[in-house]
Design a protein around this ligand. Structure first.
Ligand SMILES: [Zn+2]
Length: 406
């Protein structure tokens, strides 16, 4: 049924494109355990948010992110905006190749380098050469490099929830003002209050620090003049965090708390429109159990959620997906209806296949915390087969599908 709708829609959209019908198309590429999103808009607007994971080429001999970019963006067209949510190598695979193959006008990145000691994989070790290339291109005026760790390096440590840098809330307009991109969060290093939270929890983790500093943006197509939410919108979270694994459902911390404090509405204020409310939520940190706090989801109030997950790390997590499901049940009545609003890039994945045994002979099993609804016994979901498509036509509607091409 869904498939039939998709194919009718697809034929229709090709026809409409031919007669000059404008729309924004976003593809969340199934790169497995990583993230890449490619955006095409009217007036030849192109944006890439995260560029895939280093394991794709190494393990599969295929760079799924780059293939999608090449399919969507003609080589002679410049890329208006390249955002790297943070420096982890599951988000940066194709950056160097993009810079070699395309003209990129502007790049926004945290500049927060992976800890040298923790650079355990090839992808992380490539960060230094990628950084050097971007700096060199910026020096040669080949692109604009917005490196958040460089802009205010002296003041960085003084930022608090009440004293945020000027790029928070900054708006970039594209496609003759039809596309608004707003930077909602992003830091060269974590806020002092987040550090205190980590310390109190005995969580001295560089991975947490890099993730929580992720650049969060909201893209709205055909925004109104007076308030956000007139057009359809997508919230890109990167690996932003909102809780610790064992927090209760109501607790919200880190990036998600900052977003609520800075951009959210009071829960009782149903008339409030803000820059957090979004039609589609690309769930933070691959749908992991340290993001997607219940309170945060209630602030975003999405119509659709997408978990960019793969066969790794128990993503998406049961707790996060249940928060999502609970929210959609309150909106759409039944679990069956609610599930029509949740998408993932690793359909049916079963991580219980994985285990590892340490030197002491203790075996750790995976998949315990992974969402088990829709799990297919023994299915190891590979990258490349579950891209998610968001289409926002100029009539103000929005369509999310798993097979936009079929
Ligand atoms: Zn990641």
């Amino acid at each position: 049924m869904k498939r039939m709708f998709a194919s009718v829609f697809s034929v229709l959209s090709i026809f409409l494109i031919n007669v000059g019908y404008a729309q924004v198309e976003i593809r969340i590429v199934d790169v497995g355990a990583g993230h890449a999103a490619v955006v095409k808009g009217p007036n030849d607007f192109y944006m890439v948010y995260d560029t895939g994971t280093w394991t794709n080429q190494a393990e599969y001999g295929e760079n799924y992110a780059m293939s999608a970019i090449e399919e969507i963006i003609p080589k002679d067209q410049p890329i208006d905006l390249l955002v790297m949510s943070h420096a982890h190598s599951d988000h940066t695979e194709s950056t160097v190749q993009i810079l070699q193959d395309y003209q990129v006008k502007k790049i926004i990145r945290t500049g927060y380098r992976p800890d040298r000691k923790a650079q355990t994989n090839i992808g992380d070790r490539k960060w230094e050469s990628m950084d050097a290339l971007i700096r060199k291109m910026a020096e040669n005026k080949e692109l604009e490099d917005i490196n958040l760790s460089q802009i205010t390096i002296d003041q960085q440590q003084t930022y608090t929830e009440g004293n945020l840098p000027e790029w928070i809330g900054q708006t970039l307009m594209y496609a003759d003002n039809q596309i608004e991109v707003k930077i909602l969060s992003g830091f060269g290093s974590p806020l002092p209050s987040w550090e205190a939270d980590l310390k109190a929890a005995n969580e001295d983790s560089n991975s947490y620090r890099m993730n929580m500093s992720s650049i969060v943006i909201r893209l709205e197509y055909m925004p109104g003049d007076t308030r956000p939410g007139d057009g359809q919108s997508v919230l890109f979270m990167g690996d932003a965090l909102g809780r610790f694994f064992d927090d209760d459902a109501q607790t919200v911390r880190f990036t998600e708390k900052l977003l609520i404090d800075r951009f959210g509405c009071e829960p009782w204020d149903t008339d409030c429109y803000n820059y957090l409310t979004s039609s589609v939520l690309i769930m933070g940190h691959h749908g992991a159990a340290n993001a997607s706090a219940k309170t945060f989801i209630e602030n975003v109030r999405p119509q659709y959620a997408i978990a960019p997950s793969g066969h790794s790390h128990d993503h998406p997590a049961k707790s996060s997906m249940n928060h999502m499901l609970d929210f959609f049940i309150t909106q759409y009545g039944t679990q069956e209806e609610a599930l029509k609003h949740i998408y993932r890039t690793d359909i049916g994945d079963d991580e219980r296949l994985r285990s590892s045994t340490n030197a002491k002979g203790q075996t750790k099993y995976f998949g315990v915390y992974e969402w088990d609804l829709g799990r297919i016994d023994g299915h190891r979901d590979e990258p490349g087969d579950n891209d998610v498509y968001i289409v926002m036509p100029e009539d103000g509607s929005i369509h999310v599908s798993q097979d936009g091409r079929n």
